[in-house]
Design a protein around this ligand. Sequence first.
Ligand code: A2P
Length: 277
Amino acid sequence: MNEVTSVTEAQKIKPVPTLPDAQTVTEVQHYTDRLFSFKCTRPASLRFRSGEFLMIGLMGDNGKPLLRAYSIASPAWDEELEFYSIKVQDGPLTSKLQHIQPGDELIVRPKPVGTLVHDALLPGKRIWFFATGTGFAPFASLLREPQTYEDYDEVIITHTCREAGELTYGRDLIESIKNDELLHELMGPEFHEKIRYYPTTTREESAKMGRITDLMRSGEAFKDLGVEPLNPQSDRAMICGNLAFNLELKEMLEEYGLEEGANSDPKHYVVEKAFLD
Ligand code: A2P
């Protein structure tokens, strides 16, 4: 029996859960030596809003669960859960998590939380999703959420990564949305025409180079997209990336006159950091 056959066999046999809150990994995809995504079964009791995160992980060597916050990359209506992760070679969790295979068990605590939810924003005309690196994950969920298209005329997703290969997950996801029959059924045939995708790289040549923050400051991003700079009357925004990016962009949005919202006090933008190892 070769290796591929044994993985398929493992998938057929649903393992008896031995971990607390155990779910079964159903699919793993590697993009670069730093990035991968995986899917797992969904806890029957789990209800969440697209854009929220969960604590997930594996059993540590000390016999205690080793958990980290992960944005759910799949939409709230999906039967399975999807996550998008960095691989840190000496990271306590991701050094192990990067080796998971279909059929393996994963701990998924069914308690969703998060600020990147539509409930935290006032109605608007255009929504901006600003991501760096694995910060794309919550937007992978929100881009497949019908409410995104019900609430806005235009959906702009910017994604800044170091290298071109790190854009693959997001690019493939947006491409798959355009051809997804179920999404078309849920949202109508033209919903994806509202999506404007603006990928940029900072350390490797690509069609658009530079940090999104710099491209906005210079006006180049707005010119490329054919829109005016953000304003609190029409624009709403969600930010998810590394800490420096989140802080810098938050400051820029405040300068445009946007105010930070919360579940209990919806306003113009919300921010979250990517949860890295
Ligand atoms: P840069 O290569 O210029 O640092 P990381 O992998 O370190 O989390 O970074 C992901 C992407 O976010 C990189 O392209 C990086 O650009 C960019 N980035 C880092 N800090 C900022 C910031 N303060 N504003 C805008 N982009 C940033």
